[in-house]
Design a protein around this ligand. Structure first.
Ligand SMILES: [Mn+2]
Length: 424
């Protein structure tokens, strides 16, 4: 897929400059009492899951403009995901969306083994109708007024668990588009009761070592009210269902300016933070590339995660969830994976003892300056050196473009694709 020679050639051109930059940063960090090798090791062991639906062009509610060489099916998607991991060494797993990616487990396993990837959380889909389904989700799925429709949605989630169990997944992510568009259209209380009842049936089918991740979203596709609209409702669900149920935080699923890092802290404090969908947004659920709009917010989220790292039981799942409309999705996902790593590395540089001291002394200025110092540090040499040492690319996008991968798959894959995609 990507010739090793291409990686070697492009790395050779950049390696001397990288070593000089890395050494200089190492000296600088040493003066701050930070061992650069320790930070690099943590970055190198950090992995984030790629969403299978992210390697195709997403589109908006208005239009979708397909790109060249789009994946035709889950096997093409896994090829593209493998390219991302080959060049970044940051994305060892893929999160599947069912039924878009539904294939026999044996075929999925053999393809994953061929390309060296594992499967992360399974995602169910009850926000659109499939051609062969008996009951429509037009007016909801797990919270639908009709018992047979709810049963169909429950059965679909259980089928996702069953497939996931056969391919080594350990989690099911549930996001529903259920809600209403008019005041009075639904009774909030009865609708949420139906949701909890149906979600409990899914939860009861979960293997012991699995996690059920419920994902909240403020609005869309329902515009007046959404059943799982915010982290408060999400927490109620996780508490109601049981220990294996946790909350998934998608950065884009909040109103502008919401303090997401504080939501992360709250859920962490009570053992209910289950995972993330990383992306970025300017106005709503824009699904823009991670770190493209507000990298400081991403850093502040990671500051909370690093703060919680001391607890050995703290292990939330990390996934990207983006929609790419104007870029090559492989390039966007490579950049996004490294942006998440960057925020993690910057958060590792925060002098936590000093920060705690300033907090206790109510020295607001020194506290915020101490925190921001991590964000101000250019950690790119750490990320690039981790990639080089893992046999990946110092500059993933340059190497990817030099490889000619997109032109090659464009020859093999027809321009019109039936593969699922979109904003979720
Ligand atoms: Mn999401």
């Amino acid at each position: 897929m990507i010739e090793p020679d291409i990686i070697e050639q492009t790395n050779d051109k950049a390696a001397a400059s990288l070593r000089a930059d890395y050494d200089a940063l190492g000296e600088h960090l040493d003066r701050r009492g930070i061992d650069i090798a320790t930070v690099k090791h943590k970055v190198a062991s950090y992995g984030i899951a790629v969403p299978s639906w992210g390697v195709g062009t997403g589109g908006t509610r208005f239009a979708r403009f397909p790109g060249a060489g789009e994946p035709r099916d889950v096997f093409d998607k896994l090829d593209d995901c493998a390219v991302i991991h080959r060049l970044t060494a940051a994305t060892p797993s893929v999160s599947l969306h069912i039924p878009w990616d539904a294939q026999p487990a044996a075929d999925l396993n053999s393809k994953a083994e061929e390309v060296g990837l594992a499967f992360d959380a399974m995602n169910s889909n009850t926000f659109q109708d499939q051609p062969d389904q008996a009951h429509s989700y037009k007016f909801g799925s797990l919270s639908h007024t009709d018992a047979a429709t709810r049963r169909q949605a429950v059965d679909h989630n259980i089928a996702c668990i069953e497939l996931g169990r056969q391919i080594g997944s350990k989690a099911l992510t549930i996001w529903v588009g259920d809600g209403s568009n008019f005041p009075g259209q639904t009774n909030f209380t009865r609708q949420f009761g139906r949701y909890l009842d149906a979600a409990t049936q899914v939860y009861d089918a979960l293997p012991d070592d699995w996690t059920l991740l419920s994902e909240h979203k403020m609005y869309e596709p329902a515009f007046y009210s959404t059943v799982v609209q915010d982290w408060g409702t999400n927490l109620l669900i996780a508490q109601q269902l049981g220990d294996k149920a946790k909350c998934l935080v998608d950065l884009g699923h909040h109103a502008p300016n919401v303090n997401i890092e504080m939501i992360v802290a709250r859920l962490t404090q009570f053992g209910k933070l289950g995972g993330f969908h990383f992306n970025d947004s300017k106005y709503g659920d824009d699904d823009l590339d991670t770190g493209s709009i507000d990298p400081y917010r991403l850093f502040l989220v990671f500051n909370e995660l690093v703060e919680a790292e001391a607890d050995p039981d703290f292990d939330p799942m990390h996934m990207l969830d983006q929609s790419h409309n104007v870029t090559d999705p492989i390039e966007s996902l490579m950049i996004s994976a490294t942006e998440v790593q960057r925020a993690y590395a910057q958060a590792l540089l925060v002098d936590r003892a000093a920060l705690a001291g300033f907090q206790d002394d109510n020295d607001a200025l020194m506290a915020t300056t101490t925190l921001k110092r991590g964000f101000r540090t250019d950690v790119e040499p750490i990320l690039a050196m981790a990639r080089l040492e893992a046999g990946a690319a110092i500059d993933p996008v340059t190497t990817y473009r030099a490889s000619g991968y997109r032109a090659r798959v464009a020859n093999e894959r027809p321009a019109v694709s039936g593969a699922g995609g979109g904003i979720v």
